[in-house]
Design a protein around this ligand. Structure first.
Ligand code: BMA
Length: 347
């Protein structure tokens, strides 16, 4: 994505890839798709490490500047455990969110069970010890993150179930206690046909609270004759009603371009799971898996990201309950007023 001022929205760090399997204290195949958080004076990456059997675990790396000098723990923080059969084929793709109410970090990750991938939740104070809360969504489901606070007394989670029929959309669900989840509805639909985000989309990093709403980054997996191309776009959700989509980018803002993104265990993939905002410096650091093999870093000016997403097309939710079911979908704002049962959102 090149802005009208000629600059790229996201700029890759010159020392990319910033972490590779060679940085680990044990032999591994690949390291990719990290969650990211600023913890005290350090940036923490929770790396997905795929071992030489093909099974993934989650391993902590720490850096003061968030670019270099990564210090890797001796052992993984979360590795498949005999007491957790839902992780028999691995722990993958974490998203990290600080929950001020619990004074803990929530880790939502993909647990790869013998019956497919599902969403599991764990909590930690410091990324040195971790406590599993167990599966929160049954298979197939992945790409999940919590919002950092409750809305009207309920926790909110974004996730991506894979339906037996039709496109894989992004969903939103609610819980009184982080264990029991319900009121499921579609938040963002995959587009159709030739679009970059047709057929299958999923959340990227956790939703980021801004003055203008919750900033979302999501990936689209565009199918081609040589496999999917994973790119990312942006959306903006209403601050008080996160089920309402205010804006959605028509264009992708970043896609695989460099050699380490174009060729890897899986070619043509960028897959961001984590971002860290330095508000004072106006910098948004985006950590991503490249080619399912290494970790990349791209940085944007936060003010430019917000200016961009705020001029993206307006979208508005409607809520249809004519047959007793409730369904959220999105449509161009101009068409919303004519839709039956449309929901008056906050714009
Ligand atoms: C998705 C996930 C990611 C992976 C991506 C590209 O479905 O499994 O872990 O990075 O595919 O292969």
């Amino acid at each position: 994505m090149t802005l009208s001022n000629g600059r790229k929205l996201f700029v890759r760090h010159p020392s990319n890839p910033i972490v590779t399997a060679d940085d680990l204290p044990y032999p591994a195949n690949t390291v990719f798709n990290p969650g990211a958080a600023r913890v005290g004076e350090e940036t923490v990456l929770l790396l997905r490490v795929e071992d030489l059997r093909g099974i993934s675990r989650l391993h902590v790396a720490r850096s003061t500047d968030g670019f270099g000098d990564w210090r890797l723990d001796d052992e993984a923080l979360l590795a498949p455990d005999a007491g957790h059969p839902e992780e028999v084929w691995g722990c993958e793709d974490p998203r990290l969110v600080y929950l001020p109410e619990l004074k803990q970090w929530a880790i939502t990750y993909t647990a790869y069970s013998g019956r497919g991938p599902l969403v599991s939740l764990a909590v930690t104070n410091d990324f040195r010890e971790v406590r599993r809360l167990g599966p929160v969504m049954p298979p197939d489901d992945k790409d999940a993150a919590l919002f950092p606070r409750r809305f009207d007394g309920r926790w909110v989670m974004i996730h991506r179930p894979a339906p037996i029929q039709g496109p894989a959309n992004i969903w939103i669900s609610y819980s009184p206690d982080l264990r029991h989840w319900g009121d499921h509805s579609v938040l963002l639909e995959a587009r159709e046909g030739a679009w970059w985000d047709a057929g299958k989309i999923g959340l990227g990093p956790p939703p980021l609270e801004t003055d203008d709403g919750w900033l979302l980054m999501y990936h689209g997996a565009h199918q081609t004759a040589s496999g999917p191309i994973y790119r990312v776009g942006l959306a903006l959700l209403d601050l008080d009603h996160p089920e309402i989509v205010l804006r959605r980018s028509d264009e992708w803002v970043m896609g695989p371009v460099t050699s380490y993104e174009s060729v890897g265990d899986v070619d043509k993939v960028i897959f961001p799971n984590g971002w860290v905002l330095d508000h004072d410096a106006d910098q948004l650091h985006l950590y991503y898996g490249a080619g399912d093999s290494v970790v990349g870093l791209a940085t944007a000016r936060f003010s430019e990201v917000m200016a961009y997403v705020k001029q993206c097309p307006l979208y508005h939710h409607r809520r249809v309950s004519d047959d007793g079911t409730v369904r959220n979908t999105w449509a161009p704002l101009s068409a919303v007023a004519e839709l039956p049962g449309h929901h008056e959102g906050v714009l």
